[in-house]
Design a binder for this molecule. Sequence first.
Ligand SMILES: [Zn+2]
Length: 130
Amino acid sequence: MDWLRRIMAGRYGTDQLSIALLVVYAVLYLLAQILRLPVLAWIALVPFVLCFLRMFSRNTSKRYQENIVFLRYWNPVGAWFRRVNARLKDSRTHKYYKCPKCSATLRVPRGRGKISITCPVCKNEFIKKT
Ligand SMILES: [Zn+2]
């Protein structure tokens, strides 16, 4: 592995944007295979090549700035995916309600019948069936 360390010395390496470019490549390539579009497979090479150019780049500050810009757009999307995934995971055991007063999301256990829910944010009380 010493040869790899020597090659990568002073180079940028991987970050979230590089991984995202690889995912875009994989999705485009799979679509090209499914839809039988060889042109799309060639277009898919663009993010693939970009990923490797970024990894081997010596201009690390520029690559770092690109990743910061990418994360500024990606973080809200990633947070949304994590929230939806968490909801799906415990949808059998918990139910989600929105507080009618402050619209905060509240998570309550399922199967408790009619219960009074107190919003922890605004202390508003409302009755729901769980
Ligand atoms: Zn509330």
